[in-house]
Design a protein around this ligand. Structure first.
Ligand SMILES: [Zn+2]
Length: 234
């Protein structure tokens, strides 16, 4: 066991993972393996052939089957000691809060920005921290929003984030970002904090370059603009 590990805190933790594809499938695997006591896996999609370059919970025999149920079954086999709930709901503005209710943390395994903004709003409304991850082509992004202490995803709207949805993804990139999301999630669940709030990590897989960009709350942000100003660190 690595120094500073807190198994008891992980056992008591409750985490919502929305999307169990390239990002969420990886992060949920590490959360289950670490012994997070309760995982709520939400995904309305079925496995497609094009998923199999990066979605390691599934095989060609799973094509056409619901991801959330398959993921719950695989992760329960990986760690029978934890509770896993599979939900096939489509994420909407109306149900985002209900899906996140009762959880300590939200992990983003989504593949489009519109749905991320629904999760971001639920995160802010319920004051549940949100581990953001996104991948497209060779570009990955990662951040941790802890409302109302930090800025939120809607503060970060940029040209890159508004890129066309569902673009192709370099398979191994999703594993890098999903693993980093699990790292942030586990660090937060065990310590109650993460070191670099208000920081966006950008990974360019084509050149193997990591960059960090700090950000602050946008006063005009529709979600969190009325909260107190956020510093680069909390
Ligand atoms: Zn905001």
């Amino acid at each position: 066991m690595v120094d500073g590990w807190n198994q008891e805190r992980l056992k008591r933790a409750r985490v919502l993972v929305v999307g169990v594809g390239g990002l969420g499938g990886v992060s949920a695997t590490y959360l289950a393996g670490a012994g997070v006591g309760y995982l709520r896996l939400c995904d309305s999609d079925k496995v497609e052939l094009s998923n199999l370059n990066r979605q390691m919970l599934y095989t060609a025999a799973d094509i056409g089957k619901p991801k959330a149920l398959l993921a719950a079954r695989r992760l329960s086999a990986q760690n029978p000691e934890i509770e896993i709930e599979a939900m096939l709901d489509t994420l909407t503005e109306a149900n985002a809060g209900e899906l996140a209710s009762g959880c300590d943390l939200i992990v983003d395994g989504l593949d489009n920005h519109a749905d991320r903004l629904k999760l971001n709003k639920a995160s802010f409304d319920l004051k549940i921290p949100y581990v953001y991850g996104a991948v497209r082509e060779w570009l990955g992004q990662l951040s941790f929003f802890n409302p109302p202490k930090t800025a939120c995803l809607a503060c970060l709207m940029s040209g890159e984030l508004n890129a066309p949805e569902r673009t192709p993804v370099f398979g191994a990139l999703a594993a890098v970002v999903g693993s980093l999301q699990a790292t942030l999630a586990l660090k937060y669940l065990m310590t109650g904090e993460i070191p670099d709030a208000n920081t966006l990590l950008i990974f360019r897989a084509d050149t193997i370059v990591f960059e960090k960009v700090t950000f602050v709350r946008r006063p005009g942000c529709a979600v969190c603009g009325k909260a107190a100003p956020s510093g680069p660190r909390r």
